[in-house]
Design a binder for this molecule. Structure first.
Ligand code: AMP
Length: 425
């Protein structure tokens, strides 16, 4: 795949060639065509994946093709001045053969020169949230022409307390726009914001190192739903069970399981959207260093986790979206180590298991653990809690809607190629 094949205008292809890029990175290969179609995009991608070009190139493509305006038609909101400056530099570099203007505004420096630049006419505005809001409140920034907005490092903006500012900025934008949101992890607050502000988004997840599923040994333990916690406790007692990542369907089940396993002698932590970012960071750091040996996570919280040395992945609950199975188990067996994926499958999860086996193209071996045959289950004292009724809460909910077909926003379309270009500011 080349940059030209992605559908980018020749001026941009020339500029990325000049920057020394020969082939698009995975996020560019997958994200750029979708963004060019006008799709909203949610991308789980860390720094180093080429995410900046993944959003800047389609933006510049669109800006070069549309009607000229003195007001910015594209806005990138990013948490730090360093990132803002870097994005501005990249926009200038990638737009070197286009006649577009960009400017960067951030806090800690005088407002006056920024105000002049904001009023001087520009196509692309790159800003940190606090300073942009200051300009907006003083009537010095005009966002009514913005057609495409990027939230870059959304989870970091949350950590830094910028979410209220970000919400206000989004509120000042035209409702009809394209949203490109980038975040290394997907805490609940970000997921909520995304769900409220995007339209039929395509979900992209880029893990830095992929693991062939074939290298991971997989097993299914049939078990009654009510006996899963006890079975997992027994499995975790086996000496060969090292660093273990456990997936549950809901946050409540993650919490309950963490409490249950705490008594098992394992050093356990849970991460999910209700935990503060600092608690999540602490848990992940502990898991990396080994002070925690069992990490319980929901699919959404686990996005962006990139930890070597995970020996076991346990599907405490089978995922409702079969592709999540592959994402989950791909977290073990990295860097040439052997990995083991264990799935606890209750009779009521039969259809999920069948969908997973169809996806991986083979039957996964079953092994009943003595004393845990599904028929041996104690009668439940009370009903197992049902999943939350909001369908979009389900892990991978966005992914389910992401494939190929253009969304409603696609009607707005990408601009036609072919406008001539010159240097950008
Ligand atoms: P980012 O993830 O946007 O912070 O980009 C990380 C680094 O990768 C930057 O230094 C980019 O210049 C570089 N980069 C982005 N896209 C490509 C590509 N397709 N080929 C080689 N390097 C790239």
């Amino acid at each position: 795949m080349t940059f030209a094949e992605l559908g980018l205008r020749p001026e941009l292809v020339r500029a990325v060639g000049g920057a020394g890029y020969t082939t698009p990175t995975p996020i560019q290969e997958r994200g750029i065509p979708l963004a060019l179609k006008g799709r909203d995009l949610i991308a789980c991608a860390q720094t180093g994946t080429g995410k900046t070009a993944a959003f800047l190139l389609p933006i510049l493509h669109r800006l070069a093709g549309g009607p000229r305006s003195r007001r910015p038609r594209a806005l990138v909101v990013t948490p730090t001045r360093e990132l803002a400056a870097q994005i501005g530099e990249m926009a200038t570099r990638y737009g070197a053969h286009l006649r577009l203007r960009n400017t960067v505004i951030f806090g800690g420096v005088g407002m006056e020169p920024q105000t002049r630049r904001l009023r001087g006419g520009l196509d692309l505005l790159v800003a940190t949230p606090g300073r942009l809001l200051d300009h907006l409140r003083r009537g010095q920034a005009e966002l009514s022409h913005v057609e495409i907005v990027v939230l870059d490092e959304a989870d970091r903006m949350l950590d830094m307390g910028f979410l209220p500012d970000v919400r206000r900025i989004l509120g000042a934008l035209p409702a009809k726009r394209q949203n490109l949101f980038f975040s290394a992890t997907m805490p609940d607050e970000i997921e909520d914001l995304i769900r409220r502000t995007t339209n039929d988004p395509a979900m992209l997840e880029v893990t830095r190192r992929a693991t062939p599923v074939g290298a991971i040994s997989q097993i299914v333990h049939p078990v009654a739903m009510t006996s899963k916690s006890d079975l997992l406790t027994a499995l975790l007692r086996k000496p060969e069970t090292g660093q273990t990542l456990v997936f549950t369907r809901t946050k409540a089940r993650a919490n309950r399981l963490a409490k249950h396993l705490d008594k098992s002698g394992r050093r356990v932590a849970a991460i999910h959207g209700n935990k503060s970012q600092s608690a999540r960071t602490r848990a992940l750091a502990g898991f990396r260093t080994g002070s925690i040996d069992t990490l319980i996570a929901t699919d959404i919280a686990a996005r962006g986790i990139d930890v070597d040395g995970i020996s076991h992945v346990v599907n405490f609950d089978l995922p409702t979206v079969p592709e999540d199975y592959v994402h989950r188990i791909g977290r073990t067996g990295r860097a040439g180590a052997s990995g083991r994926a264990i799935s606890l499958a209750a009779p009521e999860e039969r259809s999920q298991l069948a969908a997973i086996e169809r996806l991986v193209g083979k039957a996964i071996p079953r092994e009943i653990v003595a004393g845990f045959a599904p028929g041996n289950a104690p009668a439940p004292l009370r009903a197992t809690p049902r999943p939350r009724p909001r369908a979009s809460r389900s892990p991978g909910g966005y992914r389910g809607r992401s494939a190929g077909a253009p969304g409603r926003r696609a009607a707005r379309g990408a601009p036609a190629a072919g406008s001539n270009g010159r240097a950008s500011r």
